[in-house]
Design a protein. Structure first.
Length: 418
């Protein structure tokens, strides 16, 4: 990468910066973040990405800082801006996790409540024993809300590359990303349809016994819908997006906003290949099923408000959307049975990884929660250092580059040096 700083030096600076910032009360000013800006600029210059926006905040009344580089599409003259619309894919999961925690804080859901209390079709889960014969056995216990928040439910994912269940999920149309009808010959009709199909499938393991990335956050969207009596997407708009001023966040892109919708690319040996772009994007069609696990469209302007709210214990700009106790729980390790995310030993908060004191990944301060998306996006909230960020770009697969790790480490290094 043609950058002023090597990846190794940036990551080292990020580690030392994160350690030295603990307890620091300084605020972000209008000063630039040169290391982070340099890395983003280099990826744009080398045509590895078309553009990106990084939003950074220390919460409170401090205005966020936005770093931006490039354009919304290759060979476009329209710059990437804080109001550019991006597919955040699995960064939808923290949003659904927080929505679930809001209801837990209000006493309308319990963390250890069986989901079958709300979704009776899940009352008798079974575990797959033999993939060839589809033999099953009764599960050792019920699926709990906690399990769904931490990917320990025994549910699977059609995008997973190992195990017997992913091909079955795909065949049944139980697919991720916000537009399942465009990915399956047997498209979903609604969240209720999703729940019905999912309940008929076996689990990979007993709830709480292991970790497997799954559609459990999509299922929590249905739980929220049943508990509140409000369509899941409407609930998010009324209780989260609206109060936080996240005016461009939702599950589809209206026609009058398509001009701000970034193009998504796939990284190939020959360069970036078009993956999805307006006007012929499925995200322009309102009839898609609202996927709480992967379907949200957002902007850096909006998503950093969500991060700031979580940084400030459930309130943003004087508006409270969840109790402080629920916000604290949402940032805490709630994984059952001492389960940890390999290989670094992170815990699992409300649909986010949480760095534990014993975690082994360099440069990650204890207590930081974070998550990423399939198109190279990432978010983090760090209470110890009062520092949160949202990085939005569009390339797939997400591990084609180490960009988001480099950007986060550089942002910490810049903050430590400011």
């Amino acid at each position: 990468m043609a950058s002023e700083l090597s990846r190794r030096s940036v990551l080292a600076l990020g580690l030392s910066g994160a350690a030295s910032l603990a307890g620091c009360a300084t605020e972000i000013t209008s000063a630039p973040f040169p290391r982070a800006q340099s890395i983003i600029d280099a990826y744009v210059r080398d045509r590895k990405i078309s553009g990106a926006v990084l939003a950074l905040t220390r919460g409170g009344a401090t205005a966020p800082v936005f770093l931006r580089s490039g354009t919304i599409a290759l060979n476009s003259a329209q710059p990437a801006e804080p109001d550019t619309l991006y597919r955040v894919y699995s960064m939808s999961k923290p949003i659904t996790g927080i929505a679930t925690m809001m209801l837990i804080g209000e006493g309308r859901l319990g963390l250890d409540q069986p989901i079958s209390d709300i979704l009776p079709e899940f009352a008798n889960p079974r575990v797959l024993v033999n993939a060839e014969t589809m033999e099953t056995r009764p599960a050792a216990g019920p699926i709990l809300v906690r399990h769904c928040l931490t990917h320990t439910s025994g549910l699977s994912y059609g995008i997973n590359t190992t195990g017997a269940l992913p091909p079955i999920y795909r065949a049944q149309g139980v697919t991720p990303f916000g537009r399942p009808g465009d990915l399956s010959p047997n498209p979903l009709r609604s969240l209720e349809d999703f729940g019905t199909r999912l309940a008929a499938l076996p689990l990979s393991f007993d709830p709480g016994a292991s970790i497997e990335y799954s559609v459990s956050l999509d299922l929590l969207g249905l739980v929220i819908q049943r508990v509140t009596g409000t369509p899941f997407d409407v609930f998010l708009q009324q209780r989260l997006f609206g109060p936080l001023g996240m005016s461009d966040t939702g599950f589809y892109v209206p026609q009058d906003k398509l001009e701000r919708f970034a193009t998504n690319y796939r990284v190939t040996p020959e360069g970036l290949r078009l993956e999805d772009a307006p006007p012929n994007t499925p995200y322009a069609r309102i009839e898609g099923v609202p996927s709480g696990g992967a379907g949200v469209i957002s902007t850096a302007h909006d998503y950093i408000r969500f991060c700031s709210m979580l940084l400030d214990d459930g309130a943003y700009n004087g508006v409270r959307v969840m109790t402080p106790e629920a916000a604290t729980l949402a940032r805490s390790n709630i994984a059952p049975n001492n389960l940890r995310i390999p290989p670094d030993g992170h815990g699992i908060a409300a649909a986010m990884r949480v760095v534990l004191p014993e975690s082994t990944q360099a440069g990650m301060p204890a207590g930081q929660v974070s998550w990423g998306g399939a198109a190279g996006t990432t978010m983090w909230v760090d209470r110890a250092n009062r520092f949160a960020g949202a990085f939005l770009t569009q390339y797939m697969p997400q591990d084609a580059y180490p960009l988001r790790e480099e950007v986060r480490a550089a942002a910490y290094a810049d903050l430590a040096a400011s």
